[in-house]
Design a protein around this ligand. Sequence first.
Ligand SMILES: Cc1ncc(C[n+]2csc(CCOP(=O)(O)OP(=O)(O)O)c2C)c(N)n1
Ligand SMILES: [Mg+2]
Length: 480
Amino acid sequence: MALCLRTSSRSILYYLKSKMGLLSSSSSSLTHQHLQKPPFTAPTAQNVRDPFANFSTKVNLLSTRRFQSTKVEEQWDSLNHAHHNQVLDFPGGKVAFTPEMRFISESPVERVHCYRVLDDKGQVIMSSKFKQVSEEIAVKMYSDMVTLQTMDSVFYEAQRQGRISFYATAIGEEAINIASAAALTIDDLVFPQYREPGVLLWRGFSLQEFANQCFGNKDDYGKGRQMPIHYGSHKHNYFTVAATIATQVPHAVGAAYSLKMDRKKACVITYFGDGGTSEGDFHAALNFAAVMEVPVIFFCRNNGWAISTPTSDQFRSDGVVVKGPAYGVRSIRVDGNDTLAIYTAVHAAREMAISENRPILIEALTYRVGHHSTSDDSTKYRPVDEIEWWRSARDPVARFRKWIESNGWWCSEDESELRTSVRKQMLHAIQVAEKADKPPIAELFTDVYNVPPSNLCEQEKFLKETMKRHPQDYMPDVPV
Ligand SMILES: Cc1ncc(C[n+]2csc(CCOP(=O)(O)OP(=O)(O)O)c2C)c(N)n1
Ligand SMILES: [Mg+2]
């Protein structure tokens, strides 16, 4: 040790690190096993208090080491303080020099905190700051969340009965859908993924309009050309869902740029999942938005899964929120099951986006309670008790209900009246949609070209002839 001290202060760092087991050989002893997501642990009093206990285990394991390492580096910093005064104005700004070769850590000392207003009992956490909501808005928010739940269950059953071809629910993400929509105005443009029909519901798209799309009848604005859940409405500034993951994200940036050019007092919001952030489109969009300084809100629904891929196989960063600053985008992490936290964060994001012409990234932590879609059985790749825990203990709708009840704005009679009425309306809507005529087959070939090219005309002719020759292979109610 004496020799080390005499040799140089650099050796002190080496000595301290070796004593603390922080040299590269010991760090690399973290095996792949350490990085695996731990198995689901049934909720205990302790981890119920920590809503993201399961998210954090892996990072905690790494961050303890990181914290020790950082302490060593602090000592080294103070020994070499003099060198830090040297700076150079590189393209992009001034940068300080350091004689130390220091790699930026790959994992944070502590995970980015999650903004929350309502606790699990639906009570406002002491000293939390949030945007006040009037009784009228709060009751509409709650009613729309219940409507979304009911719509999901009726369409899901209709798919199981073979009446529609496909469906995907937003169970567990009702607060994300409704509270984010409530914080915006109708002039703000929406570029959705596919798990945000509640935004459209909030804007006034009727249950009949939803049903017409899912049944692909003649009243569907997409003229029956798309799979169910690919809603879109010009009137509601809701761009049509595109199932090609993350393609909507750069589109949103382009639209935000046009709002800025036109000096409109509005912004764009685009929704995407954790899986969407693995697409290049997400990264290009964030970079463009930061550089072009456009009013866009990137809303990531981090629900833990991209079909059967868990987030631990999607990225090794602390979720999505940390990617914002890398691109120069202001960012926040919110509890995706807390209606008031989402409402407040989106409201603030909108103000900043419009008044400062800047993009904002919001990462809402949540859980996809339903299967990915009707084509999926999620019990094949995740424990049933994990799903049930999120469904019951973490239900965002029940949590918000407790809050409006505690304000005296809601009671059990209101509840049963609402649920009965919405279910009745839903069943009526699907009956009407099912009976309505299908769009004529010729509609498949319209709305792209003013004068259709010859190959498209040939295809149309061929299709009609085939349908006449093999009527048993086609739905009888589609007019040829
Ligand atoms: C470009 C592209 N790649 C793959 C798919 C297949 N796919 C459909 S949904 C999905 C998962 C998306 O997960 P996430 O973005 O987390 O949204 P979530 O379903 O969890 O809401 C995938 C991979 C696709 N539709 N588009
Ligand atoms: Mg997901």
